[in-house]
Ligand binder design. Structure first.
Ligand SMILES: CCCCC/C=C\C/C=C\C/C=C\C/C=C\CCCC(=O)SCCNC(=O)CCNC(=O)[C@H](O)C(C)(C)COP(=O)(O)OP(=O)(O)OC[C@H]1O[C@@H](n2cnc3c(N)ncnc32)[C@H](O)[C@@H]1OP(=O)(O)O
Length: 199
């Protein structure tokens, strides 16, 4: 056991988030990003210049977005770049669209050489969920339906495009498409229902 930031931690791979750790924005390019991911990122940075799109900062705990202390966010729970969920998001308020530029790393393997369907579900939930959060505040996922069309090769670049379609009271209906970076392959599509926090 070791003591770190006032918490007892087992000397295993499980690590707690330490609020005094240097704040790092994981939604910025790093050395593991492939060319297609960097190109898409630069394209959306360019689109952000007139204010229509906004880059969403991404830290390893939601506590950096909200007040309070949190654990490691599922998508940012590896200590090395490039192995798991490598991604950044951009939001367009007028279009109620959140897009995610995503490069699945080798630790996300399901079928040999391809991404696990659960990690595809995760990136859809997180992208559409973040879109719902940025459109209308805190939400929980109540329903997520996914159709998988084509397997996703590990290390490729994906364009995840989500849209808030309808808001009815506390219910937020969204849709999402996962395409190859160039839009040629439709890998999956999804619909989701988020429920706004009851406060
Ligand atoms: C968590 C976000 C925090 C904010 C962060 C801010 C910034 C961060 C930046 C980036 C964001 C990063 C991440 C993106 C955020 C989220 C993505 C991940 C989200 C998750 O990973 S989240 C975990 C998995 N998720 C659960 O763990 C939910 C378990 N569940 C429940 O906690 C309750 O079940 C709940 C809350 C869903 C509802 O409970 P409740 O008591 O509040 O409301 P109630 O049941 O009354 O339903 C109200 C009306 O919704 C209808 N309704 C409800 N459920 C339905 C269903 N399934 N199908 C059809 N209709 C449904 C009812 O029929 C009624 O409809 P009506 O009003 O017409 O009668």
């Amino acid at each position: 056991m070791i003591r770190r930031c006032g918490r007892l931690l087992h000397k295993t791979k499980v690590r707690s988030h330490c609020p005094t750790e240097e704040l790092r924005d994981f939604g910025l390019p790093n050395a593991t990003w492939n060319k297609n991911l960097k190109d898409l990122y630069n394209k959306f940075l360019e689109l952000s210049k007139n204010g229509s799109w906004k880059r969403i900062p991404s830290h390893n705990t939601i506590a950096h977005h909200l007040q309070g202390i949190g654990k490691r966010m599922f998508l940012r729970n590896l200590d090395s770049d490039g192995l798991g969920f490598e991604y950044c998001m951009f939001y367009n308020k007028d279009e109620r669209r959140m897009v995610c530029l995503f490069q699945p790393g080798p630790y996300l393997e399901g079928p040999p050489g391809y991404a696990h369907g659960g990690c595809i579900a995760t990136i859809i939930d997180s992208t559409a969920g973040a879109g719902a959060v940025y459109t209308c505040g805190s939400v929980m996922t109540a329903n997520l339906n996914i159709t998988y069309f084509k397997p996703v090769p590990l290390g490729c670049t994906l364009f995840v495009d989500s849209h808030v379609d309808k808001i009815e009271g506390r219910k937020v209906y969204s849709s999402c498409h996962i395409q190859s970076y160039d839009g040629v392959i439709l890998h999956a599509e999804a619909s989701a229902l988020f429920i706004k926090a009851n406060h």
